[in-house]
Design a protein around this ligand. Structure first.
Ligand SMILES: Cc1cc2nc3c(=O)[nH]c(=O)nc-3n(C[C@H](O)[C@H](O)[C@H](O)COP(=O)(O)OP(=O)(O)OC[C@H]3O[C@@H](n4cnc5c(N)ncnc54)[C@H](O)[C@@H]3O)c2cc1C
Length: 462
């Protein structure tokens, strides 16, 4: 039986990366808040995204370094083995602490009520959870996304894994086939290779991480192949078929359909927003063709009482962009700050080893823009810190505009690049010309100290 509606100043749907902080800020300001979560608190990043993958990447890195120990003059006596149950237990504890922390945080908020269940609009300002209707003066959606399951021939006959179910693995697959050679797929591919699996990556495009510049894709392909990962590029015609043991995957129809046998199949081909089951029509909220909620620069939806934050608005696909959405909405509500999502610079990392740190425009985007640009590049083999660590794969690449001398973008592929890229990011936010950036004295020996040196090699973008 439906209960009488309960009224709130604000309803926050989803406890991913934007919702909890926003709920805390609203409740701190004395608002009566409802927080709704249908699954685990903390959302994708905490439960089956950033946190567990980076915990597992750390275990894989430990295995990799142990395997190379003799290169460093360290002789390990015991035969190396991976205890996948311990890898999983370590990851689970980190996730449990993080997710539990978010749950306790929400439960402890003053003037906030936590509802567990699936929220769905039943009116322009009404949301239903179970048998309870909640009415909100303002409603904030932070519903995130889920793995895309492609329409692949044979997929209904074969068990498959996604980034969610990968988290339950406590054995090392004998042959992991990863469909999708982008961020999620490559992180899992490299970690499981390091845990001891045979790994094949099937990618439809001609190169991995195809949205990056070609030199980046090629270098990543090189170091993944050097670790024994099999890359099947241009796999235009992927289909799967159940076999008596495991499955087989067809990779190329034109070239005689060569098949690979695998024991575990991971789908890593993209994500879809959790907006199809939200009853958005009842609230007059529009989405684009792919289901992302349409928002203005301040993240307000087509219903002026409702905002959409995080992955579900399609304006970012990262934890830091979701968090930035929270800051934009909160600052605009409380300080009339006029903040916009369009003010942020693109920045992200790919956590292969070595990682890729990216900021600003890519080389392709610069070429397409018609800007007159200069590019500086240096291999990691000429970075002292990388040589000392024995991790010399990759390169540093920075683009600047010739006339204005502003930094346009950078791709740092190498040890520590997920951190060192931030000094360029800060310089770009501060609008420092590269000629000033070059004068800043940096600490030796670091990767960051070489960034001004990269700028000494600037030459016109051919
Ligand atoms: C394998 C993987 C690795 C990643 N690694 C990184 C990384 O290293 N760095 C990075 O920046 N990003 C990474 N990401 C992306 C990052 O996880 C997301 O960008 C981030 O979690 C988005 O946060 P969000 O708040 O928008 O949504 P989510 O974190 O997805 O949270 C949405 C929440 O809403 C809840 N919800 C949905 N619908 C409803 C409903 N109707 N009613 C009630 N509750 C609902 C969900 O249960 C969920 O808890 C990774 C993603 C994946 C898949």
């Amino acid at each position: 039986m439906t209960q009488p509606p309960a009224s709130f100043d604000a309803i926050v749907v989803g406890t991913g990366q934007a919702g909890p902080a926003l709920a805390a800020r609203l409740s701190g300001a004395g608002w009566k808040v409802a927080v709704i979560e249908k699954n685990k608190f903390g959302g994708t990043c905490v439960n089956n995204g950033c946190t567990p993958t980076k915990a597992m990447v750390a275990s894989a890195y430990a295995a990799h370094v142990a395997r190379r120990a003799a290169d460093y003059g360290v002789l390990l006596d015991a035969t190396q083995r991976i205890d996948m149950k311990r890898v999983k237990a370590r990851k689970d504890e980190i996730v449990r602490n993080s997710s539990g922390g978010v749950e306790q945080w929400m439960e402890g908020l003053k003037s906030a009520t936590v509802y567990r269940g699936h929220a769905r609009f039943v009116g322009r300002a009404e949301v239903q959870v179970g048998s309870q209707v909640l009415r909100g003066e303002k409603i904030f959606l932070d519903v995130g996304g889920r793995p895309l399951v492609p329409n692949m021939p044979g997929l209904d006959t074969v068990p498959y894994l996604t980034n969610v179910t990968m988290m339950d693995l406590d054995t090392v697959p004998s042959h992991l086939v990863v469909v999708g050679g982008s961020y999620v797929g490559l992180e899992f591919a490299q970690m499981f290779r390091r845990f001891g699996s045979r790994v094949t990556v099937a990618e439809m495009g001609p190169r991995v991480v195809a949205r990056e510049d070609e030199d980046i894709s090629l270098e990543i392909q090189d170091f993944l192949r050097a670790e024994g990962i099999e890359l099947r590029l241009d796999a235009k015609c992927i289909s799967v078929q159940k076999e008596s043991e495991g499955f087989s995957i067809g990779l190329d129809c034109e070239a005689g359909a060569p098949r690979e046998h695998g024991t575990h199949l991971l789908l890593a081909v993209g994500r879809v927003p959790n907006t199809d089951d939200l009853g958005l029509d009842a609230a007059g909220i529009t989405t684009d063709k792919r289901g992302y909620i349409e928002v203005d620069e301040a993240l307000r939806t087509s219903n002026p009482q409702v905002w959409a934050l995080g992955d579900c608005n399609g304006k970012g696909a990262f934890t830091h962009t979701a968090w930035n959405d929270y800051e934009i909405v909160a600052d605009n509500l409380f300080s009339n700050a006029g903040r916009k999502h369009t003010d942020r610079l693109p920045a992200y990392a790919l956590y292969t080893d070595p990682p890729l740190g990216r900021v600003g425009m890519s080389e392709v985007e610069i070429r397409n823009s018609g800007l007159k640009a200069l590019v500086g590049k240096r291999p990691m083999s000429r970075v002292a810190r990388a040589v000392e660590k024995g991790e010399t794969r990759g390169f540093l690449k920075i683009h600047v505009e010739e006339g204005s001398k502003r930094i346009l973008g950078a791709a740092l592929l190498g040890t520590g690049a997920d951190e060192s890229v931030h000094s360029l990011l800060d310089a770009m936010y501060s609008r420092i010309p590269y000629t000033e950036f070059q004068r800043h004295v940096r600490i030796h020996p670091t990767v960051s100290e070489l960034l001004p040196t990269v700028l000494e090699t600037l030459a016109p973008l051919a």
